[in-house]
Design a protein around this ligand. Structure first.
Ligand SMILES: NC(=O)c1ccc[n+]([C@@H]2O[C@H](COP(=O)([O-])OP(=O)(O)OC[C@H]3O[C@@H](n4cnc5c(N)ncnc54)[C@H](OP(=O)(O)O)[C@@H]3O)[C@@H](O)[C@H]2O)c1
Length: 326
């Protein structure tokens, strides 16, 4: 079978499409024939050893997978050959088959396309967990989404609207702003412009925003936090700008606000009823038409390195997906 292998620390261009033996499932695992794999910012980090997990080489990047169960290992209950599933695995998805711990699988709703399913578990899961569970976003509140045209950002626009918030999208180009409006954002700002905080002030009547969803960090974080409303909630989601900001605590005191960490992967790995409720809620939002993963480009497996490059170079809008199996 084919797999896109990372054999050495390096850029996407160093990845190699190789023929490798198909995986055998260990106890508690199933083998999934991967139909599609979502590409996210972490894929560019993991191949360069800049992510929080450093898998042993060689490995295939790609953590958001959707496909069909083709083999079961010993001691697997609740899954059968032919089941359509989705999973977040951190890496391994840019391969025609992969072995996955059965506990990580989520049933794919029949109406959901495989390409959409790759975005649903982690990307929309992160936005839902952040906005509903961590920030308790209320209908009528104002939500500012940084990096709003990206993967988790575009998901946060849709989840924010589904929860009844007024959504302000921050993005770096007019094309990305138009994309965010198309997803339902009520207003857009260009946060690369010097006057972006004044723009935000005008949009909120001087009050500031109730909730900030920040997957970007860097130089955007502090000005955003300075624009938060009294008793607002600032969600720390990621650092796509590369730099991890340091914020003076007096700002948190003066705003009377909360800075809230979001680590969806750790939440998901803890399992239990909270995870089951979360997965059911995502499926219900999808089935009600409230969320529609914004798949903006689909690449074949042989071009998956180009897909990772597009995300790394800030070129992508919404979700980029690699089609793996036929
Ligand atoms: N905490 C969690 O549980 C969790 C879960 C999923 C992802 N994440 C993290 O969230 C972040 C975003 O992930 P993603 O998959 O949504 O990424 P993505 O699709 O690439 O989106 C990131 C956005 O950040 C903006 N950006 C600003 N400066 C950038 C730079 N120097 N390089 C690249 N993008 C830049 C870009 O929008 P503009 O061009 O409009 O600025 C881009 O659309 C990552 O750090 C990821 O690790 C965290």
């Amino acid at each position: 079978m084919k797999a896109l292998q990372c054999r050495e620390v390096g850029p996407p261009e160093a990845l190699i499409l190789a023929d490798v033996p198909p995986p055998e499932p260990a106890a508690g695992q199933v083998v999934v024939a991967v139909k599609a794999c979502g590409i996210g910012y972490p894929d560019g980090l993991i191949i360069q050893d800049k992510y929080q997990f450093k898998p042993e080489r060689p490995f295939a990047p790609g953590g958001e997978v959707a496909g069909t169960v083709v083999r079961l290992g010993p001691d697997v209950r609740g899954w059968a050959v032919g089941d359509e599933v989705m999973a977040f695995t951190y890496w391994g998805g840019l391969a025609e088959e992969m072995a996955i711990d059965a506990g990580r699988l989520v049933a794919k709703p029949a109406v959901m396309r495989f390409a959409e399913a790759t975005a649903c578990v982690m990307t929309y899961g992160t936005a839902l967990y952040a906005l509903e569970d961590r920030a308790a976003l209320q209908a009528g509140e104002t939500l500012l989404v940084l990096g709003a045209a990206g993967g988790v950002g575009s998901a946060a626009i849709q989840i924010g609207k589904a929860l009844g918030a007024r959504v302000i999208a921050a993005a770096s180009t007019p094309e990305k702003a138009a994309f965010c409006r198309g997803l339902g954002a009520d207003a857009c700002i260009d946060y690369t412009k010097a006057e972006w905080r004044e723009h935000l002030k005008a949009l909120t009547g001087g009050r500031g925003v109730d909730v900030i969803f920040d997957p970007v960090g860097g130089a955007y974080a502090e000005p955003a936090l300075r624009s938060i409303a009294w008793q607002g909630r600032y969600l720390v989601v990621g650092f796509a700008a590369g730099e991890i900001p340091r914020i003076a605590l007096n700002l948190i005191l003066l705003k009377g606000c909360s800075v809230v960490g979001v680590f969806w992967g750790a939440f998901f790995d803890r399992g239990g009823e909270a995870r089951d409720r979360h997965v059911a809620r995502l499926a219900a939002l999808y089935e009600a038409g409230a969320i529609r993963p914004a798949v903006s480009a689909v690449y074949p497996l042989r071009d998956a390195a180009r897909a990772i490059r597009a995300v790394m170079d800030r070129q992508a809008t919404g979700k980029i997906v690699v089609e793996v199996g036929a």
